[in-house]
Design a protein around this ligand. Sequence first.
Ligand code: MN
Length: 286
Amino acid sequence: MRWVTVKTEFGPKACGVWQGEYVEVNAADPELPTTVRELLALGFEAQERAWEALPRGAARHDPANVELLAPVPNPQKIICLGLNYRDHAIETGAPIPEEPILFSKYPSALIGHEGKIVLPAVSHEVDFEAELVVVIGRGGKHIPKARAMEHVGGYAVGHDVSARDWQLHKPGKQWMAGKTFDTFAPVGPELVAAHTISDPHNLGIRLRLNGEVMQDSSTSQLIFRVDETIAYLSQIFTLEPGDLIFTGTPPGVGMARKPPVWLKAGDVVEVEIEGVGLLRNSVVAG
Ligand code: MN
């Protein structure tokens, strides 16, 4: 089961893919919700019911004619882990973290597949980071690690676009400013239902910049795995259906290269995660 959110004249609508078309879940069964976030909140059975209803759907969209938004365009939270791949921590010269390093993005940073990454006029060091995004299904607080995977609603491909000059050279060693410029959180194209991915810790993850492979690793390299991350985060705040967790990036980012590689207008970035999808975004000047 794979879900998208498409932009329609009536607002964002949750769709499933049925025989080459995106079919609106709510049009297939009026008792089903109009958003992916609500669908996640209703649990796995609702996802199955929605999937089975798709052939009855009246509102269908040709993929060539619709704009995809992030699969969950309106999450309550976007939580990100820094330095969560062993090799990436080493390439940046940072010690291996003993606890997750956390920062945030805001929903205003979200764009979908084929959305444009806008380079801010105030940054000259915009970098790329391929990431697996975990999407929370059932919410909770103080979730034990042993039950944590039951709270995963699905997975998506993400791109943690990062303005290094704003991330690393501002007072207080804060990261957030550099991470949440508008359009700095591409996610998509689809949300893949959790049960579709048999092992989220054994997925090839790679990033191509204008066709050249810049990052090529595996989620087996994650320092804090999905279950441990959910347990850790839920000590702090209540996780809600549709919350997004960016799980960190493998080696090969632009700032670690000699000379460094920064995104420029006209670039095309593709992030691909095995079994999850391929997210493509082009870069434009702000
Ligand atoms: Mn990152």
